[in-house]
Structures are given as C-alpha cells and as structure tokens.
Write a new protein. Structure first.
Length: 144
C-alpha cells in the first residue's frame, strides 16, 4: 500500500489541477469580454476612432459607416448621432455584469449593454449602445 500512496496523491493533484483549470476558463473568458468592452469605451473616450473600430465586428463597422456616411474611425467619435451617443455612454462605462454563453457574450455597463462574439482568440463587439426594450430585441446604435 505505501507504494500506491504517491500515485493516489499524484492522481488527486492532477484531478485538482484539471478542476481548477476548468473553473479558470469561464472567468478568463468573462475577463476577456469585459476587457474588450473597456478598451472600446476607453478608445471612444480618448477620441481614438481607429482603435474603437478595430474592436468591432467588420459588418458592424461597415453598417456604422453606411449610416453615418463617414469612415468608421470618424463616425465612432465625431458623428453627431452615433459618436455623441457612444461618448455619452463611455463616460459611465463601468462594467456591472458579464454573461458568456459559448462564443457569445453580453457585457452590461452602468450605461450600456454590449454584445460580443468570439473570433479566434479575441472578443469582438457585434452591437453597442444598446437599450433594452421590454419583450422586444434591444435597440442598438452600433450593430451589424
């Protein structure tokens, strides 16, 4: 029996490591989604439209360009409608909740609800400046 004790301890240690790794995954994923939203609103607040647009789903950036009739980097910070709305929401973008389901995420801030999708190793924003509507889809200023 003494010779099996080290194997048992090693097996328990491996199991504990696997369980800990399994628990770390969702937290890391939530942290990454939160970081993407925080970076987006930091870029908007700093007036760095290109950095903000780099965090958007390309279809969302294209839709924004069409609506604003300006390049995304300009529209996201200077458009009198969308740019102004994003700047307003950036002023109070402290994250209050993060929900992840597979490759989709919803990050709620004090002033916004942002939707994201996993793209490779990073999260990209699919919709921002969203307002909840009872029993209807969210109304978003930036979306694909």
């Amino acid at each position: 029996m003494p010779s099996s004790a080290p194997r048992t301890v090693a097996a328990l240690a491996a199991l504990a490591g696997a369980l800990t790794a399994g628990c770390a995954g969702p937290d890391a994923t939530e942290a990454d989604a939160e970081a993407a939203v925080t970076a987006f609103y930091a870029a908007v607040e700093a007036g760095d439209g290109q950095a903000a647009c780099d965090l958007l789903l390309p279809d969302a950036a294209e839709s924004l360009e069409q609506d604003a009739e300006a390049p995304c980097a300009t529209a996201v910070v200077d458009d009198p409608n969308v740019g102004q709305e994003l700047a307003h929401r950036a002023a109070d973008a402290a994250v209050t909740e993060v929900h992840v389901a597979g490759t989709q995420a919803q990050v709620v801030t004090a002033s916004d609800t942002v939707f994201l999708a996993r793209s490779g190793e990073r999260w990209i924003i699919t919709a921002a400046a969203c307002t909840e509507r009872p029993e209807r889809p969210y109304d978003c200023e930036v979306e694909a």
